[in-house]
Write a protein of this length. Sequence first.
Length: 206
Amino acid sequence: MENTALYFLVALFASFVGTLPFGPINLAVVKTTVDYDQRRGAEISLAAALIEILQALVAISFGLLISSFLESNQLFRLLIATAFIVLAIFIATRKSKPSLNEDTLAQESFFKRGLLIAALNPQAIPFWIFALAAISQYFTFEYSGITLAAFLAGVFLGKLLALNGFVIASAYLKTHLAESSALVNKALAAVLMIMGLNQLWIAFTQ
């Protein structure tokens, strides 16, 4: 039982800390909370936390093989770069129209939006490969059975807690809704553009 708890706590800490640096998922959570409400921001958080489980599982299962693929596959990098740049341009040029109209909100799936943004974040897999390598320096872990389930539960909860922290922290921005929404739009577009250009740079210089 103690060993299972250790798997859970280590994964919880790694996932929480790894989520704190600003990236497209964090900013998407902030943007959704500012534009709409905390419940929609929480939907993005839940979707991203579920994708994080899959990404951690891929890192555990394939490890260096996946890392090598991401580093050497130029076409994959170009596709990811294009996706980030297109999203950045769309967000930067789209006029922010925050609305709390329930008819409009009902037509949108914020959970699906969260799944898409999280799935387009390939940096999560190298992060978990690095995290697993770091963990192995201090603990001898075997990821199977109940211990694997405990580790993945920690991954999920750590991601969910960190992102919901962004949801709560974003609530005060709604006092200046239009100004905050425009600022978050620019920040999210900038992050996506930088990540896209970085992928292009790596693809053409390797």
